[in-house]
Design a protein around this ligand. Structure first.
Ligand SMILES: Cc1cc2nc3c(=O)[nH]c(=O)nc-3n(C[C@H](O)[C@H](O)[C@H](O)COP(=O)(O)O)c2cc1C
Length: 330
């Protein structure tokens, strides 16, 4: 049984990767994740705002989590422990590199070209095997067009490429008008992979206090379908490595992700809810499913249900939209 996978040019034992989150901020947790089969670990992001000293947009992933998430976990580090500053972040990369044998991926998170991308170089020097560049964008300016926003994305990507020799992936949101075209340009700008997708942490409205409340909830498998569709559409059309992030909770989610075309599957919510041992269970179930279905090598499964390879590629397209609407009977 061979689960070995290539991602960003790195040789991984399997496609199961710990996604960007506080899970990598504590050495013991990171070691337990490795012991339970994690093939690589992505650290939480260093944010552009943090690096440029601007007002904080980081709260989406940090402070608000503990307040709004009821499923507290004993192994989940306190907010203060995981909000590593830029200096400590680099020391932490070096520490993890000295104590783990799996690849360690640093994460940078921002949206505008500028000096902050230089931090990618420091991550490389600290020993990071790769970088994940998260471009989390919420367009609110009516004067800025879609092509202008995409040009900015490409400038940020090119800025990182200029700084580092190690591979990096770009983590995107699904809200671009032509993702395949953007993917092509991201590759031409020097990136090595794509991570699909950012989850959007939608703020809620407090109608009594007339306020807007930031909220972050852990995912469920319902998040998977959006990722499967775009993974399937991109597989085979881009030389970029493809990583799926969002909604992998059960063995069938993982199988679908690989069959749609993912090189790796990133998990956060599952591991925050159930702890590192959930990985062992998932990998065991995945391998058992492969045996049962006569697959010897994960590469035999990868992309077999992509847009290009599936028996009914129109199911990913507009035709599917027409079909499903007509199926509904009253
Ligand atoms: C508490 C928490 C912290 C996160 N921090 C980051 C982060 O720093 N950078 C980032 O790119 N994504 C971050 N994410 C998003 C995850 O990496 C991932 O994309 C998302 O949770 C979807 O995967 P899941 O369905 O397996 O949870 C965070 C998610 C959670 C729940």
């Amino acid at each position: 049984m061979n689960l070995k996978t290539q991602y960003l040019g790195l040789e991984l034992e399997s496609p199961f990767v710990v996604g960007a989150s506080p899970l990598g901020d504590d050495l013991d947790t990171a070691r337990r994740l490795e012991d339970n089969g994690a093939a690589a670990i992505v650290l939480h992001s260093l944010f552009e705002e943090q690096l440029t000293g601007e007002a904080s947009a980081m709260t989406a992933f940090t402070e608000t989590f503990e307040e709004s998430h009821a499923e507290a976990m004993s192994y989940f580090p306190e907010s203060a422990e995981y909000s590593l500053g830029p200096e400590d972040y680099l020391k932490h990369i070096a520490l993890l590199k000295s104590r783990l044998s799996i690849p360690v991926i640093g994460s940078l998170n921002g949206r505008t070209p500028g000096g902050w991308v230089g931090h990618a170089k420091f991550m490389e020097e600290a020993g990071a095997d790769a970088i994940e560049l998260n471009i989390y964008e919420v367009p609110t300016d009516e004067a800025e067009s879609g092509p202008e926003i995409e040009a900015r994305v490409l400038d940020v990507v090119a800025g990182v490429r200029e700084k580092v020799a190690i591979p990096f992936a770009v983590k995107l949101s699904p809200f671009y008008s032509s993702l395949p075209h953007l993917a092509r340009n991201i590759q031409l700008a020097g990136a090595n992979g794509l991570v699909l997708f950012n989850r959007f942490y939608q703020p809620d409205l407090d109608i009594e206090d007339l306020n807007v409340e930031p909220k972050i909830f852990l995912s469920t498998s319902s998040e998977l379908l959006l990722r499967l569709r775009w993974m399937a559409i991109l597989h085979g059309k881009t030389p970029l490595s493809l990583s799926l992030s969002g909604g992998v909770h059960k063995v069938h989610d993982a199988i679908k992700g690989i069959m749609a075309g993912a090189d790796t599957l990133q998990m956060v919510s599952l591991l925050l809810r159930q702890g590192p041992q959930a990985l062992t269970a998932l990998i065991k179930d995945f391998a058992a499913w492969m045996v049962e279905h006569d697959y010897q090598d994960i590469s035999e499964m990868r992309g077999c249900l992509s847009h290009r390879n599936s028996p009914d590629s129109s199911a990913f397209e507009r035709a599917n939209y027409l079909r499903v609407l007509q199926l509904w009977k009253v």
